[in-house]
Design a protein around this ligand. Structure first.
Ligand SMILES: Nc1ncnc2c1ncn2[C@@H]1O[C@H](COP(=O)(O)OP(=O)(O)OP(=O)(O)O)[C@@H](O)[C@H]1O
Ligand SMILES: [Mg+2]
Length: 362
């Protein structure tokens, strides 16, 4: 029989858990806000600095597991995570309020950037973060179609009200040139107009404070990447490619381009990585296999994960129901793994910076 829990023995367990962002034990930085312990129940409240809701859930699970195994006789263990609210700073001259801005690009067209960008945004939002999605593909905006959103945004006092996608955790603001230009109409943009259109969508949209802004880039991203790098500090870019040599070659060029305009590359996603035949269960490597993982390794960037080629993913996209990929057990684990690795890497990058100041104990 283990001793009944008390404040000190519960705190000792919490000392074994690190803040996912700072990497320091929770007890060192004043992040343990409350501890109550009786033989019948343990309740702790912990403040985390990260805005990644996925990491709150993971940390809560870890603490619960440790407390349950240390105090198996206690029937009720409750762990509450409170964000240590770091209000999002205003970014660049455009004053966008976001903690992380993530661009999703590739070199080659049609590899699934928009699908992955929308899925990343939806995955982060479903976990509870405040997320916005900007379709920066001004020539061929596909986000409205993939998400089943249409209509013209209201303009109020020179500010554009974004369209909103309903998801379980609330609704996500989405902005695209597709909402501003009639469908099917060809748009001819010159470089400066392109710059203006992107800047305007970033600056004049009423995004509200965001944890993440995800940006879906057009193929062959040179111009837009340059514009983005000029108007706001991007956290970094996720590069999507297929395992095919030609796509990998283009992805390598895209990575070089991002590096040239000082946009950090956060990692690579391999889309259409393989096909599992629903009739036989046999795996087919339609575009080859493992190429993106190898390329990521060669270029010394993180590999964030793979997504198989699947008829439901295409059907959901065509039907404007990209969010339904999270209801599909054959797609969901892949998409969630990519979200988790991405936010984990971002938190680890923050951890590599000097330690954060201690949090106030409430
Ligand atoms: N893993 C997948 N399985 C099946 N279909 C997919 C998958 N990923 C994307 N698709 C489909 O492939 C098509 C192209 O995807 P998407 O529009 O996301 O590519 P893109 O790289 O953004 O293209 P563009 O270069 O035109 O912007 C869409 O019809 C989409 O539904
Ligand atoms: Mg696209």
């Amino acid at each position: 029989m283990s001793n009944p829990p008390d404040h000190d023995s519960v705190t000792a367990v919490l000392a074994g858990v690190s803040d996912p962002e700072s990497g320091r034990p929770l007890t060192e930085m004043g992040q343990v806000r409350t501890v109550t312990a009786t033989p019948a129940a343990i309740a702790v409240t912990v403040g985390l600095t990260t805005h990644a809701a996925i990491l709150w859930n993971a940390t809560r699970g870890r603490i619960e597991e440790l407390l349950r195994s240390r105090f198996p006789a206690v029937p009720a263990v409750t762990v509450t995570i409170e964000p240590h609210e770091r209000p999002p700073g205003k970014l660049g001259q455009i004053g966008l309020e976001a903690k992380s801005v993530i661009a999703v690009g590739s070199g080659k067209g049609g590899v699934g950037k928009s699908t992955i960008a929308a899925s990343l945004a939806i995955g982060l939002a479903r976990a509870g973060s405040r997320v916005g999605l900007l379709d920066a593909d001004v020539y061929g905006p596909s986000v409205p179609h993939l998400l089943g959103l249409s209509g013209r945004p209201q303009v109020d006092n020179g500010k554009i009200m974004p369209m909103r996608l309903d998801i379980a955790a609330g609704s996500m603001p989405v902005m695209s040139m597709g909402f501003l230009v009639p469908a099917g109409e060809a748009v001819v943009w010159r470089g400066p107009m392109l710059h203006g259109a992107i800047t305007q969508m970033l600056r004049d949209t009423l995004w509200g404070p965001l944890d993440y802004l995800v940006i879906d880039m057009p193929p062959g991203t040179g111009d837009i990447a340059l514009t983005l790098s000029q108007v706001l500090p991007l956290t970094g870019a996720v590069v999507v490619c297929t395992p095919q040599d030609v796509a990998l070659l283009d992805a390598t060029k895209a990575i070089a381009m991002f590096r040239k305009v000082n946009i950090p590359v956060l990692g690579m996603v391999e889309n259409m990585a393989f096909f599992v035949c629903p009739d036989t269960g046999k795996r087919w490597d339609i575009f080859g296999s493992g190429g993106a993982r190898r390329t990521a390794q060669e270029l010394d960037i993180p590999f964030l994960g793979e997504v198989p080629i699947q008829i439901p993913i295409r059907e959901h996209g065509d039907a404007g129901k990209t969010a339904a990929n999270y209801d599909d057990p054959a797609a969901r684990p892949y998409l969630e793994a990519i979200c988790t690795r991405l936010v984990g890497n971002l938190a680890a990058a923050t951890a590599a910076r000097p330690p954060l100041p201690s949090l106030p104990v409430l």
